[in-house]
Write a protein that binds this ligand. Sequence first.
Ligand SMILES: C[S@@+](CC[C@H](N)C(=O)[O-])C[C@H]1O[C@@H](n2cnc3c(N)ncnc32)[C@H](O)[C@@H]1O
Length: 258
Amino acid sequence: MKKTTPTHNTEQAHAGTRDALFQVERINGDFVFDDRVAQVFDDMLDRSVPHYQEVIQSIARILGCLLQEGSQIVDLGCSTGTTLLQLSRLLEEKKFTYLGIDNSAAMLDKARLKAELFSRQESLNFSDGDITKVDQPGTSAFLLNYTLQFIRPLHRETFLRRVYENLSPGGVLILSEKIISHHPGLNRRYIEIYHQFKKERGYSELEIAKKREALENVLIPCSLEENRNLLQTAGFTEVEPFFQWFNFVSFLAVKPAN
Ligand SMILES: C[S@@+](CC[C@H](N)C(=O)[O-])C[C@H]1O[C@@H](n2cnc3c(N)ncnc32)[C@H](O)[C@@H]1O
């Protein structure tokens, strides 16, 4: 009989259901990372974040190149642990240790379940906590994927400085964000292209509009330049985007070695 190894798709089949949250008549209040969202989150990300898997693969390339064997990687706002699970597979020979921090108990339950299902409990740890109070000195790499946008803009500078302080010299921060453009015409076009992307993945116009409304006061994006400035103000000297798809960008930021 043919042997099967776990793939991303089987992982998703075990991990959650199809996102139909915004098909319901009304959504009361702002978007929150609760039980209902956690149940469908993997499907939501897969259909809402352009090139999500490619970004994780690029992160694996970066960390594989830049970090020493046995380094500690901390994922801030790890949700259901997909990124760490994938990195632990892609970088198996590097013997990195992985810690995911999130303040949603429902997300962490899913993350722990997935780690158990795929026999990764040894290398993956998950902790309930507020990432803005992170206290992990000596970390070699922090990941902050699609999460800074949920931190109040006023707190972002202090938070990124704290992340910088917790990094070891030569350490790296990966920052992925949804962004805006300050050119109104271009901004509108990019949003249209993004909505088209979501329609092609099975979301209706009504679902797209309702989610947008629910996220309105919760997800507050900055421009590429504003994010770059924030990283530089925090102390990072080398800051470069390594991926961009219209209104989504991922940065590599490096702390000087001494
Ligand atoms: C969009 S999701 C992140 C997706 C995830 N990084 C990935 O790439 O799969 C944002 C996550 O950040 C968490 N979060 C938001 N604010 C937080 C905070 N102050 N402390 C801890 N977690 C937070 C939410 O619970 C949610 O799971």
